[in-house]
Design a protein around this ligand. Structure first.
Ligand SMILES: *[C@@H]1O[C@H](CO)[C@@H](O)[C@H](O)[C@H]1NC(C)=O
Ligand SMILES: [Cu+2]
Length: 229
């Protein structure tokens, strides 16, 4: 009765490959081909070479970062570097926030040190949502001023809330604080509105992807089972 074992293995393989998009960076435009490698530092498998990407403008006095989280909860670190390969010198650009509720999350006014104007670099998003540290990056041109109002491009999901949150694992991903006096707002400044609905479970990767994975598993078992008849 070896077939049952192989059927199960095939189903589990399929399940794991369909549940790979832990979160998505929507703005600034992410590096391509990050799918399935989000646990790879520093950029989730994206091609972190500044000369091989077309950077998006990012305004140093305030620009938006739009994320979609596939987990029910997660902590976010927003960081930046001028290193042409994103290999180091990461500086924290915003206090670490904890998102509760699966869905869209947008910080409308992330700021960058003014000395970075006119330079190219990377914006990096690191997430800690209970299944390892995950990464995504965008290649950016740091430009002066603040971004035009993003309007509908910068949105929070209706059940999403956020609070500032310390996270030592994420903090370890940015440089020593000795020279980072010009990084983003301190955690005491505009506190994200902590509001209403707090989903009780913080279990990772709930939702469509997992249900699709289970459905696919069932389908594969049925198909392989049928082929044995
Ligand atoms: C989304 O929520 C965060 C945290 O409460 C808040 O800082 C931000 O301004 C919100 N974004 C929008 C577009 O309202
Ligand atoms: Cu995940």
């Amino acid at each position: 009765m070896a077939p049952f074992g192989s059927v199960l293995a095939a189903g589990l393989l399929l399940l794991s490959t369909t549940a790979n998009a832990h979160f998505e960076l929507h703005h600034p435009t992410p590096l391509t081909d990050e799918s399935g490698k989000q646990a790879t530092a520093p950029c989730g498998g994206g091609n972190a070479d500044i000369v091989q990407n077309t950077p998006t403008d990012f305004h140093v006095e305030g620009d938006y970062v739009q994320i979609f989280n596939g987990h029910a909860q997660g902590n976010w670190l927003i960081r930046g570097t001028l290193d042409p390969k994103a290999a180091g010198d990461w500086e924290q650009l915003f206090p670490i926030v904890q998102q509760t509720g699966r869905g869209n999350f947008c910080e409308p006014a992330v700021t960058v040190p003014s000395e970075w104007v006119g330079k190219k670099g990377f914006l990096g998003i690191s997430g800690n949502a209970g299944d390892g540290i995950l990464y995504a990056c965008a290649a950016v041109n740091f430009v002066s001023g603040s971004a035009p109002a993003p309007g509908g491009a910068c949105v929070n999901g209706s059940s999403v809330t956020a609070t500032f949150q310390s996270d030592d694992t994420l903090s370890a991903l940015v440089g020593s604080s000795s020279d980072s006096g010009s990084s983003g707002p301190e955690p005491t400044t505009p506190a994200p509105a902590a509001t209403t609905s707090q989903p009780s479970g913080a279990s990772p990767m709930l939702g469509e992807r997992l249900s699709f994975g289970s459905f696919a598993l069932t389908a594969v078992m049925l198909l392989l089972g049928a082929s044995l008849l």
